[in-house]
Design a protein around this ligand. Structure first.
Ligand code: HEC
Ligand code: HEC
Length: 296
């Protein structure tokens, strides 16, 4: 134990051989899409050091630094602190986080994945980049509003497997509902910013950054009912859809920073689960593609 700790101190963190737990933690981070939000797209070298602007109808949020920097990041955090943030939406000082940080999904994360994620985050190089305050209207700047929102819409609790389905489906359900938060982008929201349960996964004209996100339920006319499991698994790896077009905008980031790094079985599991959802007929204007923001 002590020898291992000394050995770890002697080596720069990134040179230490990654343990299985650290590797699993990196996959949790990739599946959870943490890297896309917590890395400034203009500073990919400052991995997880925050600063990325998230435009919402309520104001602009800036994702914080989650590298182990002791001053600007989360270097001093214990596992319990990460648990409170990710699964309960609470800061170490007890303040409530805004739901733009998708803890409404991460609350379903398993204990093992949470511990693995912590082990991985501890190995990321620290970056001394200060956080930027959010730009919000006065009534929202008070965190009591986030607490009120939680009281109305947030129910913490772990994911439960469904014994009626096989292991692959259940793995997909877990990845999607506890980590990948596909529904947070692919569903319309109510005026108070909660996912509309009737149109979960059915797409919205007003997705993140005010742009449309397509219907990903298996409806044949308005959703992805004509895609096979292999089509969807390939799309999550390469960004190419069955028609030969490439994912653009935020989906390109989800794939590039997230799902393309997962084991192939996990992408197949996600695809299996998504294509088993109940089809919902809901037409969304198809997102404009420009060659500028295509996946590369
Ligand atoms: C959609 C963008 C988004 C995603 C995805 C996301 N976060 Fe965040 N995260 C944020 C924002 C914005 C905040 C700040 C919330 C606030 O100030 O209330 C935040 C806050 C945090 C905090 C609190 C930091 C602090 O200094 O208080 C931690 C820790 C964190 N995120 C870790 C993660 C991890 C780990 C993941 C992946 C499992 C993740 N986040 C995914 C946007 C995101
Ligand atoms: C950060 C927001 C965001 C998240 C999270 C997200 N998506 Fe997307 N998704 C988008 C956007 C935006 C598009 C439109 C992409 C484009 O313009 O090419 C899209 C497109 C798609 C498409 C193409 C549909 C079509 O008809 O062309 C599929 C399939 C898809 N997403 C599946 C998923 C799955 C599965 C997940 C979870 C693993 C997911 N998405 C998570 C934003 C998101």
């Amino acid at each position: 134990m002590i020898l291992a700790a000394l050995a770890a101190l002697a080596l720069p963190a990134h040179a230490a051989p990654p343990s299985e737990r650290v590797q699993r933690g990196e996959q949790v981070l990739r599946a959870g899409g943490c890297a896309a939000c917590h890395t400034d797209p203009d500073r990919p070298d400052q991995f997880l050091a925050g600063g990325r602007a998230l435009e919402t109808p309520f104001g602009t949020f800036y994702a914080p630094n989650i590298t182990p920097d002791p001053r600007h990041g989360i270097g001093g955090w214990r596992l319990e602190d990460l648990d409170r943030a990710l699964r309960h939406g609470l800061a170490p000082d007890g303040g409530a986080y805004y739901p733009v940080f998708p803890y409404t999904t991460y609350t379903r994360m398993s204990d093992e994945d949470l511990a693995a994620l912590k082990a991985y985050l501890d190995t990321v190089p620290p970056v001394a980049r200060p956080n930027r305050p959010h730009r919000l209207p006065w009534w929202l700047a008070w965190r009591g509003v986030a607490r009120l929102w939680q009281w109305l819409y947030f129910e913490p609790g772990r994911h439960r497997p469904d014994p009626k389905h096989d292991a692959r489906w259940n793995r997909g359900a877990y990845l999607v509902e506890a980590l990948a938060h596909c529904a947070e982008c692919h569903s319309p929201r109510t005026r108070l910013g909660a996912v509309d349960p009737r149109l979960r996964y059915a797409g919205t004209a007003q997705g993140p950054e005010g742009k449309p996100t397509p219907n990903i339920t298996p409806d044949r006319e308005t959703g992805i009912g004509r895609w096979s499991v292999a089509d969807l698994a390939d799309y999550l790896e390469t960004g190419m859809d069955p028609g030969g077009d490439f994912a653009g905008g935020l989906m390109a980031e989800v794939i590039d920073q997230g799902t393309s790094h997962l084991p192939a079985e996990d992408r197949e599991a996600i695809a299996t689960y998504i294509l088993s959802l109940s089809p919902i007929r809901h037409r969304v204007k198809s997102p404009k593609r420009s060659s500028q923001d295509e996946f590369d």
